[in-house]
Design a protein around this ligand. Structure first.
Ligand SMILES: [Zn+2]
Length: 286
């Protein structure tokens, strides 16, 4: 199996993006890996701190490595780990990659914490990739009415170059109009021109679009064409899983067998993953 680093290099050169999908149960993970395998697309799966606490760090690694042993091109990311300790926990458990999200700190403190995680990761495993985050990415991975979006929160290009060279991070999560989650009372719009300015100062770095749930297909495609090589989807998957579960329980209220009442949720999630992988251009890349 090729490495995640190999696929990022290829994605950057060929202008497509690797999908990144969160899970918090084994059946959700199976839906994502199943969808990606059918599409012959390399894929990242992930747990946030909350999702990892629910699944178990060692258990998440064991589940994903069971698919890797079968030859699936899947890698496990620790999504938005917010302290050195939690990032270390994921690295020690055997995660393939980690996002140290210290973007709430001031610039120098963010660099310090990110560098600390990069240093620790390099010591443990040279193939382990580290993502840093710069800019203020608002919103939660759920359905919200509105989230204030301001250019003042965007990733500043001059800081991006400095951040990457001082931390040695492999990937950078950037903010250019994106927010986490889905908003119902507002249009989410990416500032592609701003993204281009960031790309021009860090041409070698893998740039990551977080919060792609709720964005138009056109915005996502434009962002990939402009230099995004990794796209995160969480909320839309949660909504698909939840809605299918809701309607199944309404339809069959006496059904108590989990593998029966969860099957439609798993199918809904798998279909959505396949649709997103087509949008990202990552089909038939394995
Ligand atoms: Zn995110």
């Amino acid at each position: 199996m090729q490495t995640l680093r190999y696929y990022f290099k290829k994605a950057k050169e060929e202008k497509w993006a690797i999908g990144h999908f969160n899970f918090s149960t084994a059946d959700q993970l199976k839906a994502i890996v199943g969808g990606a395998s059918e599409m012959k697309a390399p894929v990242m799966v992930a747990t946030s701190e909350g999702e990892a606490d629910f699944v178990g760090y060692d258990q998440a690694v064991a589940l994903v490595s069971s698919y890797q042993k079968e030859g699936c091109a899947v890698w496990l990311n620790a999504d938005h780990h917010k302290s050195f300790e939690s990032a270390k926990k994921a690295i020690d458990a055997g995660y393939d990659t980690v996002l140290i999200d210290s973007s709430r700190l001031n610039f120098d403190e963010n660099i310090l914490m990110t560098s600390q995680v990069v240093g620790y990761a390099r010591e443990k495993n040279t193939e382990l990739l580290v993502e840093g985050e710069l800019g203020y990415l608002k919103g939660e991975s759920q359905v919200q009415e509105a989230v204030e979006i301001s250019p003042a929160d965007y990733t500043q290009p001059e800081q991006a170059a400095d951040f990457v060279s001082r931390t040695g991070a492999d990937r950078l999560a950037v903010v250019f109009g994106n927010i986490h989650g889905v908003v119902t009372e507002q249009e989410e719009k990416l500032d592609i021109e701003h993204l281009k300015k960031i790309v021009s100062v860090v041409p070698e770095t893998v740039l990551v679009l977080h919060g792609a749930s709720g964005l138009s297909d056109k915005d996502v495609a434009d962002a990939i064409a402009a230099g995004i090589s990794n796209v995160h989807i969480n909320t839309e998957l949660r909504v698909a899983y939840h809605n299918a579960l809701h309607s199944e329980l309404d339809k069959e209220p006496s059904q108590t067998t989990p593998y029966k009442f969860l099957a439609p949720s798993q199918d809904a999630m798998k279909e959505l993953v396949k649709k997103k992988l087509k949008l990202f251009g990552s089909v038939d890349k394995i």
